[in-house]
Design a binder for this molecule. Structure first.
Ligand code: BGC
Ligand code: CA
Length: 335
């Protein structure tokens, strides 16, 4: 009899599960997402496929659109997502100062919102909605790691000070002005030298809203023409731009130390080949996973970090920050 009751309850339970599955509304979570531009090496090459793979793994539907580096276009895309009834939004801002516009739209529609990769730069804006969170990094950490790596190499290679004046003559490929990563990397990469008592001299700095290879190639080519061999160090705030610098140097037949950020596959190869001196792992795969974990929990109405290993930094910025790691010729094989 006991066995029979047990069997009956199993049958009843499976019937109930099937009923849930077939009856009523479709419970599959749908996510409206974007990449600020598919032209970005890191966002399109690392983060986008990681989002797609992890969405598959979680069994949720994600639609990722290209905002073509146009915040107006992104605003419209968000309107379309909201009208189509997505359960949650994962948004890579074009303009980090435009976070308020997106937050207001999500709030008006009562849809949870995960901002990722470009952190809002408007003070207090994250507190205006209880269903908005951020997934990214601690921007300063990448600059500190890159700076410490460059400082160690500089100190180990006295010949890098080509004019022997004790100062580092550098050029810097910045990326997008106003982007927290670009700003922090620019400051902290150089601070490692000055903190160690080594003077620096900036020969040139160039920003680029798309952080891309071609623009950096053109910029570096013109710097080689203007400054030639007085360049002692090339600091690039991402790998994509470092690739442009490397090509420009090869074309001109010169060779300066170059450092990037992101640890794209191509950068790892350049480090192995001795064409690049170091980079910093920007862990896009884990950023994508955290983004979707938070999104799915938010869509289900449970605590965003529920059943995950992620932690929010505080109640004001409400951010999950994934760690950066140094990648050097010594440890490159581990990546
Ligand atoms: C990456 C860059 C990328 C930028 C886009 C940064 O975290 O390091 O490669 O272009 O994000 O927002
Ligand atoms: Ca010098």
């Amino acid at each position: 009899m006991k066995k029979f009751i047990a069997l009956l309850s199993v049958l009843f339970l499976s019937a109930a599960l099937v009923a849930c599955d077939n009856g009523g509304e479709d419970t599959t979570i749908t996510i409206g997402a974007n990449i600020y531009t598919f032209g970005d090496n890191f966002m399109n090459g690392v983060v986008r496929p990681a989002l797609e793979d992890y969405a598959d793994h979680l069994g949720v539907v994600i639609d990722i659109v290209d905002s073509e580096n146009d915040q107006g276009k992104l605003n419209d895309q968000v309107d379309v997502f909201i009208e189509s009834g997505v359960d949650v939004l994962c948004i890579n801002l074009v303009d980090p100062a435009a976070a308020g516009t997106i937050i207001e739209k999500a709030k008006a529609a009562d849809i949870p919102l995960i901002l990722y990769n470009k952190e809002a730069t408007v003070e207090g804006v994250m507190a205006t909605y209880d269903k908005v969170w951020y997934v990214g990094t601690n921007s300063a950490q990448s600059g500190i790691i890159q700076g410490d790596m460059m400082l160690a190499d500089w100190q180990a290679n006295p010949s890098w000070d080509k004019n022997g004046d004790g100062k580092v003559q550098y050029v810097l490929l910045k990326g997008e002005s106003g982007h927290p990563d670009a700003e922090a990397r620019t400051t902290f990469a150089v601070k490692s030298f000055t903190d160690a008592g080594i003077e620096v001299e900036e020969l040139a700095l160039k920003d680029s809203s798309t952080w891309n290879t071609q623009e950096a190639l053109d910029t570096m080519a013109s710097w080689i023409t203007s400054y030639g061999d007085s360049i002692e160090l090339v600091i690039s705030n991402n790998d994509g731009m470092a690739f442009g610098a490397i090509t420009a140097m090869e074309t001109a037949g010169v060779d300066f130390p170059v450092y990037g950020v992101d640890a794209l596959d191509q950068a790892l190869q350049h480090i192995k080949d001795g064409e690049m001196n170091g980079t910093v792992l920007n862990d896009g795969v884990n950023q994508a996973r955290a983004t979707l974990d938070l999104a799915v929990n938010a869509a289900r109405g449970v605590d965003v970090t529920f059943a995950t290993a992620w932690e929010l930094d505080n109640t004001t910025t409400k951010a999950v920050r994934v760690d950066y790691l140094a990648v050097t010729p010594e440890n490159v094989d581990e990546f």
